[in-house]
Ligand binder design. Structure first.
Ligand code: XMP
Length: 513
């Protein structure tokens, strides 16, 4: 196995992801957990030192144990990892004003070929992504440069005899297109055969859950989305009956949603789910509320109340399971330690377990959405379920700007079901990241038959996205849009006008609230 020593970079998990793509098993451990005893026990076949926000010349900045360089295994240092490696092996790192470099840069290979760069440089120079304040001013003995840029003479350096490599840029990010090849070459050179699979991940994840949870009981909040469903399936495999799943029906679900979700778990996973119909509780509390953050806070607080009730009913649960993914973790952590702005209070991260006095189990915390889907398939969840569009915890509440009423929710459910049916009929569902209808808080005048109507307007929303962090509106054909609008207006009483939302994210968000 491969060890990634984490110095706190925002993108450390991407290193792991790239290695999983190359079918190599790796583990990320924070630098302060990695000592000599740990290394003896772990016995890595290769080590990667990640980037991080600290500065090598500064006193007290983190160091890995020197033993790493005596293991006789290949070591790759990335960004901070490069600098720490150079410093510890006898080179020098400086912080000079103006030496910071962020974003796109282009590097060129030197004359001497390097195994790790095989298959990368096609046209002479290649794009990489830099993000650093310090730089190496003198290489450690034995190291030579293998790629350079005007701003980074030591973009790629190596001591090929000792199999030590280091890059000033981040090979793990999307904006270093050749980085995947570079990392794949690194693991091949370390002797990994690339036969690790999602099946193996499943086994490791099950072992990790058993170790964390012990004999305790776990409560899992199912939202009907892919993430919490996969988390529940994994937990069920790990701890069986000690898992209790609660599906909270807050009255803000889509048409037939509760039946579909509860049925899927019963029929496919042999897992019984408590279907908690709490719609009166939620809808009463939301009466007259139109502020989006207030809606989210009310819903979040009631979720806690409902979970507490169910935890008590099963005689207490020590753990709460959540389907938090890696992008949720990044979005909730501030960049470089600075305060980040709360755009929306996503309530699946933070807050909840502290108030409940429960510990968290988050078995998907390291994974990206497409990996969660692959794991779900591995666990036997049906494809129809795995491919479902994401659905937010606060449900239709945030698709109903302004005051929420039962009448509006009923209209919204019907319109939404037609839109999704249209998308499926036209074979577009899997091309789209997420699609839904929002009901607008305005009535407009229309004419149907020979009569005047005064009904709600709605907006169709459909976006393409890779991770939900950025998104673009989906380019439906005009025929598709007019067919959908006609179907909605003809069959949903209460809507007489249909619009299509063509805002990307940013500046918009995917949901309307
Ligand atoms: P926004 O609207 O922020 O949404 O662009 C990005 C993605 O997150 C989903 N979303 C949520 N998911 N709890 C959730 O579980 C929430 O409070 C929440 N708010 C937004 C949204 O549906 C989209 O996929």
């Amino acid at each position: 196995r491969l060890l990634i020593v984490d110095f706190g970079s925002q993108v450390t998990q991407l290193i792991a992801r790239r290695l999983r793509e190359a079918n190599v098993y790796c583990e990320i451990h924070p630098f302060n957990h990695v000592d000599d005893a740990f290394l003896d026990d772990f016995a890595p076949r290769a080590v990667i030192l990640s980037g991080g926000p600290a500065s090598v010349p500064e006193a007290g900045s983190p160091r890995p144990p020197a033993r790493i360089f005596d293991l006789g295994v290949p070591v790759l240092g990335i960004c901070y990892g490069q600098q720490v490696m150079m410093q510890m092996l006898g080179g020098e790192v400086v912080r000079t004003p103006g030496s910071a470099e962020f974003g796109r840069a282009y590097i060129e290979p030197t004359d001497e070929p390097l195994e790790l760069m095989r298959g990368w440089f096609h046209g002479g120079r290649e794009q990489v992504w830099m993000s650093h304040g310090d730089h190496v001013s003198r290489l450690a003995p034995g190291f030579r440069p293998f790629a350079t840029s005007p701003g980074a003479p030591f973009a790629v350096v190596a001591d090929p005899e000792r199999r030590f490599f280091a890059t000033q840029f981040h090979p793990e990010v999307h904006h270093t297109p050749g980085g995947k090849t570079f990392l794949a070459n690194f693991v091949a050179l370390a002797g990994f055969s690339g036969d690790w699979t999602m099946g193996a991940y499943r086994e490791q994840a099950v072992d990790a859950i058993r170790e964390q949870v012990g004999d305790a009981r776990v409560l899992c909040a199912l939202s009907g989305g892919v993430d919490s469903s996969v988390a529940a399936a994994l937990l069920h495999e790990a701890i069986g009956d000690r898992l209790t799943c609660v599906f909270v029906d807050h009255g803000l679900l889509r048409k037939n949603e509760a039946e579909e979700v509860v049925g899927m778990f019963r029929d496919n996973m042999n897992l019984s789910v408590i279907h908690a119909d709490e719609s009166d509780l939620f809808l009463t509390a939301l009466e007259g509320v139109s502020d989006p953050e207030q809606k989210r806070k009310i819903i979040g607080a009631l979720f806690i109340e409902v979970f507490e009730k169910h935890a008590r009913a099963i005689g207490g649960a020590e753990f709460l399971a959540q389907g938090t993914l890696y992008p949720d973790v990044i979005e909730s952590v501030s960049f470089s330690g600075g305060p980040s702005v709360t755009i929306k209070s996503h309530h699946n991260v933070g807050g909840l377990p502290e108030k409940m006095g429960m510990k968290l189990v988050e078995p998907l915390r390291e994974l990206f959405k497409d990996e969660v889907r692959a794991l779900g398939r591995e666990l036997g969840l049906p494809d129809s379920f795995i491919g479902r569009h994401p659905f937010p915890g606060p449900g239709l509440a945030i698709r109903c700007p302004g005051e929420i009423t039962r009448e509006k929710l009923a209209i919204l459910r019907e319109a939404d079901a037609i839109f999704i049916d249209q998308i499926r009929r036209h074979g577009l569902y899997d091309d789209i990241w997420q699609a839904f209808v929002a009901i607008l808080p305005v009535r407009t005048v229309g004419v149907m038959g020979d009569g005047r109507t005064y009904d709600f307007a709605c907006a169709l929303r459909a976006v393409s996205s890779v991770d939900g962090m950025t998104a673009d509106y989906y380019p439906f054909s005009h025929d598709f849009l007019s067919e959908t609008a006609t179907r909605i207006i003809n069959s949903v009483r209460g809507i007489n006008r249909v619009t299509y939302d063509i805002t990307s994210k940013p500046p918009g968000t995917i949901e309307w609230e």
